[in-house]
Ligand binder design. Sequence first.
Ligand SMILES: [Zn+2]
Length: 235
Amino acid sequence: MSYCVNCGVELDKSATKCVLCNTPIHNPNEKTDATAPTPFAVTPIKVDAVKKKFVAIIVSYIMLIPNIVCTLLGLFFTEDKLWFIHVLSASALAWIVFVFPFITKKPRPYLMWAFNTVAIALYVLVFHAMGMGGGEKWYIGIALPTIAIVSACAFYFLYWARQRRRHWTSFVLHAFVDLVICLTVNGVCLMLSNHIVSGEIVFICDICCLALVFFWTYANKSKKVRAWLAKKMFI
Ligand SMILES: [Zn+2]
């Protein structure tokens, strides 16, 4: 029985190098036996790739079942006729965001971005139409500008991320800058429309994110901090 001189792992008779650290094996007392059965498969086993489209279609059918049940219950068996609209609209949004991208042949990020923006705007409109959220004009005064700025930031993020390879700290910094922009717009809209949710709460979160923007700007520039973060976060 041989052991790796570098890492100490027990070695198989057929091995010519350590399976863990790739150190070559030289044991004058026990030569490598190439004919000995290996503990691993020599030729890679071919596994059929799971067809994402097929899985997405199955998931779509599964998602249909609770929707049909809830619609039938809502229409014929319960007095409150509106609750099942929440189930339908939430399912429709979840399908567009999480399932639909797997049905298209090629990844189409900009198309998905457009669909997601419209879907979220419509989803929030359903809430507004059902008289939820407090106040009258929150959809046009608060929800639409917030969705518009989030969507614009998401579009630029997509464009920026696809240009070239970037360090992961750049992505974190960009995400926090976007968050600051979106929170600022949302906070201003809340204050201007005198909504029951105070804009001040949003501004407090905004200031916290701004502090994180300063930190990540520094982290993004300093190689030392980057290396320290990578070590701490096991990247
Ligand atoms: Zn080794």
